[in-house]
Write a protein that binds this ligand. Structure first.
Ligand SMILES: Cc1ncc(COP(=O)(O)O)c(C=O)c1O
Length: 413
């Protein structure tokens, strides 16, 4: 039995009162709240284990190294890969930049093509734009259908022998659309192209197994999945990580640095994943992420997903009673993550977000959500976004929708 009220007890911030009322946190696509288990694991790390890793012979440093390696194993097990296929980075953005610079700079050539989607987050557009301007490559954007799904036949039309990469969001951070990554990966591989997945909105919310999906790279952020900020993951297939040059250079990612006075250097790099983790990593962040993964495993990702489907269905039904509302993206919760973007007639998105907050502490995001091309495609200037997680309740949705109804009625008077 999924007990959302029991889960809520683990999240101290959800007991916080603002303006004398409970807070209603519906901005989970931006970042999630943290359970006490994660907060305590980070604190325990600093109180009991803190030392730099991979460097020192003394016992405390060996313990810190062990705990960091254990975090890598836990994350690998969570997404179904080997531990040496998990590179710790800062966040999804850094993971995607790492691929763009390590793979793109060395493998893309004049005239090559990269297929992205018009629903992509800026994190999966800007790095490719930067690399393409250096390597003289071209980005092509796959369109969406009118009901907010990825237009697969358009994506297929864009494929050509020049296609080197397909990179898509697994779940759109605005429309909530869940893309058929397994199918797109097959297409990419038929064309000998790389399949890259932005998993920022999928790994926290739906079961993800990289082997089953057969993707080449997957990027995600710890802070959106109950973990701390400053830690994220790049999964890369072993053979690919073995063949790439590092993104950043420095300590801990080299085997040997031989330089001669007045002469040059001979440098050899560590094996992956350490090759891609230059400098002292975010050890405490990895520990926090490990605890977050353990928490999600205990709840069960199937249960997290079921809860979000239930909340999304409930919200979509209730929102249909609000006059003047326009909702973007698929309306079928089975094909949608727990993300609902909308506009309410008579209100600017920012104004609406401020009113929801002021009236009932309902916290939603307003603006472009780092997806300007998608908003342009939808023909809107901005939107409001409510996004759910494992601790949200139907009572919170009731308050959210009732507040919208009051505002909509007032606007019509
Ligand atoms: C789909 C998607 N991709 C990438 C990102 C970037 O994540 P981060 O800011 O943690 O790097 C986000 C964050 O909102 C996202 O929703």
């Amino acid at each position: 039995m999924y007990d959302v009220y029991k889960i809520r007890e683990d999240f101290p911030i959800l007991r916080k009162k603002l303006r004398g009322k409970n807070i209603i946190y519906l901005d989970n696509a931006a970042t999630s709240q943290k359970p006490v288990q994660v907060v305590e694991a980070i604190s325990r790390y600093y109180r009991e284990y803190n030392a730099n890793i991979h460097r020192s012979a003394y016992l405390l440093a060996r313990e810190a190294t062990q705990i960091y390696d254990e975090a890598r194993r836990e994350v690998a097990n969570f997404i179904g890969c080997d531990e040496d296929e998990v590179v710790f980075v800062r966040n999804t953005t850094e993971a995607l930049n790492l691929i763009a610079y390590s793979w793109g700079l060395n493998n893309l050539h004049n005239g090559d093509e990269i297929i992205l989607t018009i629903m992509d987050h800026h994190s999966n557009i800007v790095p490719w734009y930067l690399i393409c301007s250096i390597k003289k490559c071209r980005i092509k954007f796959a369109d969406i259908t009118d009901d907010g799904y990825l237009n697969l036949s358009h994506l297929e039309d864009l494929l050509s022998p020049k296609t080197r990469i397909i990179s898509v969001p697994h779940v759109s951070n605005v429309l909530g659309t869940i893309n058929d990554v397994e199918y797109i990966a097959k297409l990419a591989h038929e064309y000998n192209a790389l399949m890259i997945v932005d998993g920022a909105q999928s790994v926290p919310h739906i079961p993800v197994n990289v082997n089953k999906l057969d993707v080449d790279f997957l990027a995600f952020s710890g802070h959106k999945m109950l973990g701390p900020t400053g830690i994220g993951v790049l999964y890369g297939k072993h053979s690919l990580l073995q063949s790439l040059n590092p993104f950043m250079g420095g300590g801990d990612m080299i085997k040997s640095v031989e330089c001669s006075i007045g002469g040059g250097c001979r440098i050899s790099f560590e094996y992956p994943p350490r090759r891609y983790e230059a400098g002292t990593p975010n050890i405490a962040g990895a520990v926090g992420l490990m605890e977050a993964v353990r928490y999600l495993k205990r709840v069960g990702m199937d249960n997290v997903r079921r809860h979000e489907i239930d909340l999304t269905k409930y919200t979509l039904d209730k929102l249909s009673e609000v006059s003047g509302i326009e909702i973007y993206g698929p309306k079928d919760p089975a094909h949608k993550g727990g993300v609902i973007a909308f506009n309410l007639e008579g209100f600017e998105p920012h104004e609406l977000a401020i009113l929801l907050d002021q009236l009932n502490n309902v916290m939603v995001r307003s603006g472009l959500h780092c997806a300007q091309p998608l908003h342009m495609r939808l023909g809107i200037k901005a939107s409001v976004r409510a996004s759910f997680y494992l601790y949200n309740t139907k009572e919170e949705i009731d308050i959210f929708v009732e507040t919208l109804k009051i505002l909509s009625r007032k606007n019509r008077m």
